[in-house]
Design a protein around this ligand. Sequence first.
Ligand SMILES: Cc1cc2nc3c(=O)[nH]c(=O)nc-3n(C[C@H](O)[C@H](O)[C@H](O)COP(=O)(O)O)c2cc1C
Length: 210
Amino acid sequence: MSLTTEVPAGEAYAAGIPDTDEPYGLFEAWFAEAAAREPNDPNAMCLATCSPDGWPSARMVLLKGRDDRGFVFYTNEHSRKGGELLANPRAALCFHWKSMRRQIRIEGEVERVTAGESDAYFASRSRGSRISAVSSDQSRPLASRAEFERRVAETEARYPGEDVPRPPHWGGFRLLPRMVEFWQDMPYRMHDRLVFERAGEGWTTGRLFP
Ligand SMILES: Cc1cc2nc3c(=O)[nH]c(=O)nc-3n(C[C@H](O)[C@H](O)[C@H](O)COP(=O)(O)O)c2cc1C
């Protein structure tokens, strides 16, 4: 069964989302299409977190891994999002691929990935991005751009070789989905929405009014 249909450029889909009994195959099919079509960052997703006293916040992050456990992104745990995730480990993700007029929403609990996974991902990044991560107190006040550039120069001098160690507070989080919803634009706002909810080891599925 084909899980996807060719997208007519600049037009809405004629056909709806195919029925399927689990979300990951469809996610991979849509993600592959986005990777082929989007001009940049097909893996960009909005991450919504919530403070323990109920204030939501949202920002973009990049999806860096997905398997049957969940969706992985990397960040600084001392950032606003990091603090919120550690205090209230529930989050929502939202992909929107404009050229394809598609959205995927994902909600669930969040856990840290292992130190080994974070080490491996950090080591795969460019030297410049590792230097930047070491130098940035992400989400803390910065007096001037020059202060950050000075910190970057100091970090470069401290680690002249390839080895730039991962800061202990820089790492990955994995969102374990309990809800995944696929949304596809259809003519006259008669959009198609297919939702999956975790039920034990499997999923229940159904459609929602647009
Ligand atoms: C397309 C895009 C992708 C981004 N990816 C990441 C990311 O993967 N990790 C990250 O820490 N910040 C990423 N950022 C920056 C965040 O949106 C945000 O500015 C930063 O993490 C601080 O957020 P916070 O103060 O809510 O913690 C990205 C920004 C954009 C626009």
